[in-house]
Design a protein around this ligand. Structure first.
Ligand code: GDP
Ligand code: MG
Length: 584
């Protein structure tokens, strides 16, 4: 299925067109039919010549109902721009087009209606020129008459071609269903409808509703008027919720995959198009089907911070629109850059923030997020809409590699200082270190500990071979004596047996920081890691596995796990072609 919203000035024939295409009545209210005017959103659908289904969200054209129009087009990525041949381009033609442009809508058709009343040529030429200057670009145009039916077969074919151009929905993405209608069905309870743009919904699913403590449960699903057990994006859906009172939710709420969205009432955004220099301080933010009052704080030339009157489940890269409800005027488009921005307390913080924002374009950027946040949970980034393709340093914590290396150095210094100041203590308490390094979680402290330091009994201190049972200590000393001058050669399996180093002994030596285990039966002396980084940094960058192996004078058995360990620790980075660079 694909979903398309109408757009255009009042009385230009949008609802008539939808009626003619679908045989369904988009004006649902008695008042709308009595006045012959769309007030709220209408919904209808039909089958196209290809066999595919198109669902229409029919919007009101009257300037008083622009907020309803925005709730309809917000979650829909394609538009049918309707202009009457006899009236031509009118104020809400322009305002609706400005809204589509602000939201970045890139797919659409121009339909010139009432072609039985006037030559569609001039209206077509004017509208095409206006549309060409927006995110929609050059669009196909069809002239029709809703009255005689002329042009409708051509329009159906054009809709099929439009559908074929739309990007495929991501059905594995989490669900964010912006509610555009809610009502009560006798015997079933609360029903909400919306356009499912990504993901899938199933009967029995638990969903999150912003502001509600309890999850809501999907009791039933309808799409295109029929009951379903499952609906996959893109789809118009009606969701029957179990045990959720009707007054708990309405237009502008969102049903969400639980735990997958950050709710934010403070966002940093870029203004798109030609941002007005004198943007009012109080505007309404329209995103999805929501309309929320915001306070605007200018930061850079085209970046602002928005303080929302209520939190919304926003993602980095979301498109939205600012409107001045007093002046009936779309103030501009918005692209969300950061949904969890830092506070601007210090003097100069706003200017510094403007510089950071100048570099952002709303495309989620993991490396950049890590650089700016330094330490962040993978789940937190996912909830902001940043895909995570990086190994955590501990638990689900991700770290900027350079910051992580600095922390490691700081930890070594702190432990050494503690040892000088408290020579009789067996190391520095993990929690004291956590506080000194201002880390949010003690697992991070433990993950930063590198041989020859180790964690023992809640403290971080220097490991000592002497603390090992004598046979193990002796074996480790033998390894040092034999391999000290070829640090990247690992004793072969039978040599380990000769030395009395079985899995248990190796485990004890590794825990004491006396040996470094790369893989089963592959051990090196603990300094080997730092030495390896020094050697690899001397190679032309990037370098291959084979170049690393030769430079380190070792075998694949060591080089492969050694490089993988360096990758995990952020000392090297593996490039898409499998070559690596040393991270400096
Ligand atoms: N002659 C003629 N009248 C039309 C056509 N399309 C719509 N109308 C009339 O124009 C008026 C407004 O149409 P409507 O669909 O409600 O416009 P909307 O406000 O854009 O939804 C109604 O009186 C329709 O009967 C058309 O193609 N030809
Ligand atoms: Mg209408």
């Amino acid at each position: 299925m694909f979903v398309v919203a109408t757009a255009g000035h009042v009385d230009h024939g949008k609802s008539t067109l939808v009626r003619a295409l679908t045989g369904m009545e988009p004006d649902r209210w008695a008042e709308e039919r009595r006045r012959g005017m769309t007030i709220d959103l209408g919904f209808a659908w039909t089958t196209l010549p290809s066999g595919g289904t198109v669902a229409f969200v029919d919007v009101p054209g009257h300037e008083r109902f622009v907020p309803n129009m925005l709730a309809g087009v917000g979650p829909v990525p394609a538009a049918l721009i309707v202009v009457a041949a006899d009236e031509g381009w009118m104020p809400q033609s322009a305002e609706h087009l400005a809204a589509l442009d602000a939201l970045g809508v890139a797919y659409g058709l121009l339909v010139v209606t009432r072609a039985d009343l006037a030559d569609p040529g001039p209206a077509t030429a004017h509208a095409r020129a206006e549309i060409a200057a927006t995110s929609l670009g050059a669009v196909p145009a069809v002239a029709v008459s809703g009255l005689t039916g002329a042009g409708l077969p051509e329009l159906r074919a054009a809709l099929d071609r439009l559908a074929a151009h739309l990007p495929a929905p991501v059905v594995d993405d989490p669900v964010r269903l912006w509610v555009d209608r809610s009502f009560t069905v006798r015997g079933s309870g609360t029903v909400v409808t919306g356009t499912l743009g990504a993901g899938r919904l199933r009967v029995g699913d638990e969903l999150e509703l912003a502001g509600a403590d309890e999850p809501v449960r999907v009791r039933g699903l309808h799409s295109l008027g029929e009951a379903r057990t499952e609906a996959t994006a893109v789809a118009r859906v009606a969701v029957n919720l179990r045990g959720t009172p009707r007054d708990r939710l309405g237009r502008g709420d969102a049903l969400l995959t639980p735990g997958r969205f950050h709710h934010s009432d403070l966002v940093d955004v870029r203004l798109t198009g030609d941002p007005a220099a004198d943007l009012p301080a109080a505007l309404t933010l329209h995103v999805g089907s929501a309309a929320v009052p915001v306070r605007v704080r200018p930061l850079g030339p085209d970046t602002v911070r928005l303080l929302l009157a209520r939190p919304l489940p926003l993602l980095v890269g979301d498109r939205a629109l600012l409107r001045d409800p007093g002046r009936h005027h779309v103030s501009g488009g918005v692209r969300v850059l950061d949904v969890a921005p830092p506070p601007l307390g210090r003097r100069g913080a706003a200017a510094a923030r403007a510089q950071v924002l100048a570099e952002l374009d709303g495309r989620p950027d993991l490396a950049g997020e890590l650089r700016r946040r330094r330490l962040v949970r993978a789940g937190a980034l996912l909830r902001m809409g940043v895909p995570v393709r990086a190994e955590p340093v501990a638990g689900d914590w991700l770290a900027d590699p350079a910051h992580w290396r600095r922390l490691g150095e700081q930890l070594t210094e702190e432990v050494a200082r503690h040892a000088r100041e408290h020579p009789l203590e067996p190391g520095m308490p993990v929690d004291a270190l956590r506080q000194r390094l201002a880390l949010p979680d003690r697992v991070l402290v433990e993950a930063l500990v590198r041989p020859p330091l180790r964690v023992h009994a809640g403290r971080v201190g220097a490991a000592s071979v002497d603390a090992l049972p004598e046979p193990v200590a002796r074996a480790v000393r033998r390894v040092r004596a034999e391999y000290g001058d070829r640090p990247f050669r690992a004793p072969e399996a039978d040599r380990l047996v000769d030395l009395g180093l079985g899995p248990r002994e190796i485990g004890a030596a590794v825990r004491a920081g006396a040996l470094l285990r790369l893989a089963d039966n592959v051990v090196l002396l603990p300094d080997a890691l730092d030495d390896a980084v020094r050697v690899l940094a001397g190679l032309p960058q990037p370098f291959t596995l084979s170049a690393a192996r030769q430079a380190l004078d070792t075998t694949r058995r060591v080089a492969v796990p050694l490089l993988e360990l360096l990758d995990r620790r952020g000392a090297t980075r593996r490039l898409p072609d499998d070559a690596r660079i040393v991270v400096t």
